[in-house]
Design a protein around this ligand. Structure first.
Ligand code: BTN
Length: 365
């Protein structure tokens, strides 16, 4: 065992952060701000880990390289000597145990406690993550629907190479994963339509009918972006094996950095805070309904999506391949491409990034 392997194993667990709050030479590993392990760079043959008191007694009997922690509470912490008789697999499993000991003792956050989550859903909340998209792809779960929420992302992902910025604790940031086995790969745009409609439905309760979907799945309020969505399908031939959706909704953020093109939050519109958990519950509830409908009556979903499409049947200015033109959105085709009929010209379909909207303030996105 060496410090690097120890450190990498600590960091491989979901939600783990490292810091040097006790001084430059001491590296602390935390889950949700609570320490579960620590190493001292001056003593690279030694690590400290949290340990169940009974297990600690048992381990100390079996390995001379495991002792009550010198500088920590001796009942709950152990020193692990890398250069004595403790095998590497035992050390790695002690890291796992320390992590889970701390993680399972964390208070259940009432904000994200979902007593009424539909059956088949599993939810985990993390105060801080790199991105819910990364977390969910590492997260193993047998539940048909997995939902990961966080209060803050250190590297939130937006569309293409963009990042997603969101003030700590202010907004809704979540990812969900499921296997839409009854929707074929060729109909994958249906999944986009379902999640967009679910968010519109939940936001409509606060904002009324001016919540619209800007193709393919941004959610807009009066020409400004209130929600961004990422969708990632894993395909095998004609089947969708699994779908991961990431959603960021601007809920209680009061102001945004100037470099963001056209954001708006519920707080800015309503002048008061909104309960993020209640909003999320409504989204999940709507999602379950629309998802069911997508499998039984996809045409209905396509129609509802069109009814909510931003700038449908309204002449507006667009840009494609550097050329600016006036066109009118007439709908989306079977592949989910946007159909636009150009003033005095033909109608054609555009894929994602092939067409830009030129919005009033001159901010295209
Ligand atoms: C967009 O650029 O419009 C898509 C933004 C998607 C942001 C959400 S926030 C939760 C999830 N995790 C991420 O890293 N991104 C998505």
């Amino acid at each position: 065992m060496n410090l690097e392997v120890f450190r990498n194993h600590c960091l491989s667990h979901i939600g783990v952060t490292e810091d040097c709050a006790f001084g430059d030479e001491t590296v602390l590993f935390r889950i949700c701000n609570k320490i579960f392990a620590c190493v001292d760079l001056n003593r690279p043959h030694l690590a400290v880990a949290k340990c169940d008191p009974d297990l600690s007694i048992d381990l100390r009997d079996r390995h001379s390289g495991i002792r009550p922690a010198w500088h920590w509470n001796k009942r709950h912490w152990i020193d692990i000597y890398f250069d004595e008789d403790v095998p590497d697999d035992v050390i790695l499993s002690l890291i796992d145990k320390a992590y889970w000991l701390v993680r399972t003792s964390l208070p259940k956050k009432t904000l994200y406690n979902f007593p009424d989550l539909p059956s088949g859903w599993h939810h985990e909340h993390f105060p801080e993550l790199v991105s819910t998209m990364d977390c969910i792809s590492d997260y193993e779960s047998d539940s048909p629907f997995l939902l990961i929420t966080t209060d803050f992302q250190t590297k939130g992902r937006g569309q293409a190479t963009n990042s997603w910025e969101s003030e700590k604790g202010a907004n809704l940031l979540f990812s969900m994963r499921f296997s839409p086995t009854r929707i074929s790969a060729g109909s994958q745009f249906l999944v986009s339509q379902v999640i967009a409609l679910s968010i519109v439905e939940a936001l409509k309760r606060f904002l009324g009918n001016e919540v619209l979907i800007k193709w393919p799945n941004d959610i807009y309020y009066k020409g400004k972006k209130i929600c961004g969505i990422l969708i990632d399908h894993k395909l095998s031939g004609l089947k969708i094996l699994s779908t991961t959706i990431g959603v960021g909704i601007n809920v209680n953020q009061q102001s945004f950095p100037l470099h963001l093109p056209n954001p708006v939050s519920l707080f800015q519109i309503l002048g008061k805070e909104v309960d993020r958990a209640a909003l999320l519950r409504n989204i999940i509830k709507s999602f379950c309904g629309f998802y069911e409908k997508a499998q039984n009556n996809p045409e209905r979903i396509r129609k509802m999506y069109l009814e909510r499409l931003f700038l449908l049947d309204v002449p507006a200015r667009y840009k494609s391949k550097g050329r600016s033109f006036i066109g009118t959105i007439t709908g989306t085709d079977d592949n989910g491409q946007l159909t636009v009929s150009e003033e005095g010209g033909a109608s054609r379909s555009y894929g994602f990034k092939e067409i830009e909207y030129t919005l009033e303030e001159g901010s295209a996105s």
